[in-house]
Structure formats: structure tokens, C-alpha cells
Design a protein around this ligand. Structure first.
Ligand code: SAM
Length: 366
């Protein structure tokens, strides 16, 4: 299996099944936190006792006693809740402080990040005691508090937690993010940071043809056509099974209707590439693994050395968004990269942290 298969946004490891529950193999210290994810019945009590046990033995005893009483159904009073919350809050804050002060080891970082992720992604917010919720929020903030110059990079695990949580927030409140993104009044399902990277690639490559599968409303095609206009060269061809309603007109755009993997469509598009010119291919149609695999087989041969092929929406199926999506672009990409040595992931295209195409910017190198 190729090394590239596991490259994910600047080299951090990607879990082949799911990045949600276990991005790293659990360390002995982490086992308590892994349980937080799986045992929802007494989630809060386990989290508190596990966490304080690592930080302060006295607080641990107190928290364990309180948690036991609580689980046994006694002393279900506001006072007990408050004490329990306060204990955990202090413990979480202490651990966050330790990390900020640079005194934490990998286990500490992993423990806190796992706890924060468990609370933020798996906990029913309604059952989250207020004090703990506040402490976790404060700790999340405290995962990285850069001060002074030069600002050091956060440890990779912390960086990835912050990046992935923002990604999930961005992706899953779609009605105010990627489903409400417009270019010159036309809707586009693109992330602004990716659009900026597309602009850079177009400036750098000066492609004779940009090939886009998945037109939707034509917003992305219009954006690309305008970028080509600014460099005074190239055209964009965009194909969709559905004819877009009122597609934006532009002298550099050609719209095709049909399936992107239809051999007749592929042949027609191949014939539009100017002899010897760079090419930019953007796969953004049907995001099922099989369809993307078909597109990769059809369009990769059209990409010359030095040009790019972008596999969009590799973020779904838990990478890190939409864990229930099923095999999609990322899985097709893995299979493709394992068999085609011609492309490398260009991690520089992911430097803005937020991308809907993690590991999806492929440069032909041979
Ligand atoms: C995610 S949208 C494209 C978004 C567009 N590129 C943008 O950024 O605004 C996916 C599009 O793919 C189209 N589609 C689905 N299956 C397709 C196929 N087999 N061939 C071509 N287009 C397809 C859908 O009709 C839909 O409009």
C-alpha cells in the first residue's frame, strides 16, 4: 500500500475506517476516554472520574464517590451536581493549563483532545451539566493559545482536533455555509478557501482547458471562466446529467448534458484540450465511490505532467464530515492512488486548514 494513501492534510494520519472515534491507537492512559465514546449510560460520571484521576488523586476520590452515589440514584441534588461539575471543571482547566504551559506530554494532549471531542461530537447537549460544558468549551479554547513571537505550531494532534471540529461546524450547518455560497449571484457548492486555491492553480497553470464534472447551477463554472478571463487564456467545459436552469452565459464556458463517465462525453471533452496545454480537472458530480472511480479512470489520462486533478468532497464519510455517507470520493481516491503512481497529493493546497477536498488535490508528477 502506498504511503500517499494515508496522507491527510499536511501529513497527519488518517484512520482508514473512521477518524471520529480513534484517530490514533489508544494509549493506556486514553482507555478511560475511549469509554466515554462507547458507554453513553453513565458518560458524564466516567468522564469526570477518569479525567480527575489523571490530575489530582484527592479530587479523583471525591469525584468517584459522588459519581457512585449519583449512579446509585442517591443524593440527586443540585448541590451534588454542582460539586461534581466544579471538580471536573477544575480538572479539565488544570489539564488545559498544563498544555498551554508546555508541560503536557502526548498522553495529556490526547486525553484532553479526546475528552473535548467526545463532549462536542457525541454528547447529548441537553444532558451535559453546565459546569462541565463550560469547562470543556474553555479547554477547547485553551488547546492552543498562541502568545509572543515566534508563534509555535500547535502539536499535530491538537491542530487536527481544532481543524476537524471547525470543519464539522462548517459542513454540518450547511444552510449558512456551503449551501449559501454565491458567486456573482449564482449559487456554488464550494468552500471559499478551496475557491481561492482554484484561483491560484489557474494562475499558476494557465490551463488550456478546465474540465468540471457536476455543473449544478453553473456558479463554479462562472467563477473559473472569470479567472481564465483575467489571465486571458483557456476555457472551461462543465458536464451534468441535469441541464442547469438559467446557466450563466460566458464566452469561455461550454455546457454539456450527460453523464461524466459516458464515453461519448469523455471523448468530446478530450477533443477540446488544446495540443500540449496544461489541464485542470475537477471531479464534483456523483460522489459515490464507484462513480468517482469511473471518473478517475476516464479523466486521469487527460492530465499531463505538472497539471492537476482535483477530487472534490473527499471530506465525507467521516474524513471528517458526514460519517454516515458511505464509501465516497476518499475511498475511490485511496484505490486510485494505490494503483496509479502518476499522481501525488499536493498538501500545500490544504494549507488553509479548511478544505472540502482533503488529500484531493492531485498533481501529476510522472
Ligand atoms: C455537488 S453538485 C456540483 C456543484 C458545482 N460544481 C458547484 O461547485 O457549484 C453535483 C452535480 O453533479 C450532478 N451529477 C450527478 N451525477 C452525475 C453524473 N453521473 N454525471 C454528471 N453530473 C452528475 C448533479 O446533477 C449535480 O448538479
Amino acid at each position: 500500500m502506498s504511503e500517499r494513501r494515508f496522507v491527510y492534510a499536511r501529513g497527519s494520519p488518517i484512520h482508514p475506517v473512521s477518524r471520529v472515534a480513534a484517530p490514533l491507537s489508544p494509549l493506556p492512559h486514553q482507555k478511560a476516554f475511549i469509554r466515554i465514546v462507547t458507554a453513553k449510560d453513565n458518560l458524564v460520571a466516567r468522564a469526570r472520574s477518569a479525567l480527575v484521576r489523571r490530575v489530582d488523586p484527592l479530587a479523583a476520590r471525591r469525584a468517584a464517590t459522588l459519581a457512585e452515589r449519583r449512579t446509585a440514584g442517591i443524593e440527586q441534588s443540585a448541590a451534588v451536581d454542582a460539586a461534581l461539575d466544579a471538580t471536573s471543571a477544575v480538572a479539565v482547566r488544570d489539564l488545559a493549563q498544563k498544555i498551554r504551559d508546555g508541560g503536557a506530554d502526548l498522553h495529556d494532549q490526547a486525553a484532553l483532545a479526546q475528552l473535548v471531542e467526545a463532549y462536542l461530537t457525541h454528547q447529548d447537549p441537553a444532558s451535559m451539566p453546565h459546569g462541565v460544558a463550560q469547562a470543556v468549551a474553555a479547554s477547547f479554547e485553551g488547546l492552543w493559545q498562541p502568545v509572543g513571537e515566534p508563534v509555535p505550531e500547535p502539536p499535530p494532534f491538537i491542530r487536527d482536533v481544532i481543524r476537524d471540529q471547525f470543519h464539522r461546524l462548517y459542513y454540518h450547518v450547511s444552510k449558512r455555509t456551503w449551501k449559501d455560497t454565491w458567486y456573482r449571484g449564482v449559487r456554488t457548492y464550494k468552500c471559499p478557501t478551496d475557491m481561492w486555491v482554484y484561483m491560484e492553480l489557474i494562475d499558476q497553470l494557465e490551463p488550456g482547458l478546465v474540465i468540471e464534472t457536476g455543473t449544478y447551477r453553473g456558479g463554479s463554472a462562472l467563477y473559473i471562466a472569470d479567472r481564465l478571463e483575467t489571465i486571458g487564456a483557456g476555457n472551461v467545459v462543465t458536464v451534468d446529467v441535469n441541464e442547469p436552469p438559467n446557466p450563466p452565459e460566458h464566452p469561455r464556458i461550454t455546457y454539456l448534458t450527460g453523464s461524466s463517465t459516458d464515453p461519448a462525453i469523455v471523448e468530446k471533452i478530450a477533443g477540446m484540450i488544446p495540443e500540449g496545454s496544461p489541464v485542470l480537472v475537477i471531479l464534483d458530480s456523483d460522489h459515490s465511490r464507484d462513480h468517482v472511480a469511473g471518473e478517475l479512470a476516464a479523466y486521469a489520462p487527460l492530465v499531463p505532467v505538472g497539471s492537476y486533478l482535483i477530487v472534490e468532497d473527499t471530506n465525507v464519510n467521516g474524513h471528517p464530515a458526514a460519517p454516515d455517507f458511505g464509501p465516497g470520493p476518499m475511498e475511490a481516491l485511496w484505490d486510485f492512488m494505490a494503483t496509479d503512481p502518476g499522481f501525488e497529493v499536493d498538501a500545500h493546497c490544504e494549507r488553509y486548514f479548511l478544505t472540502q477536498n482533503p488529500s484531493g488535490y492531485l498533481k501529476r508528477v510522472r
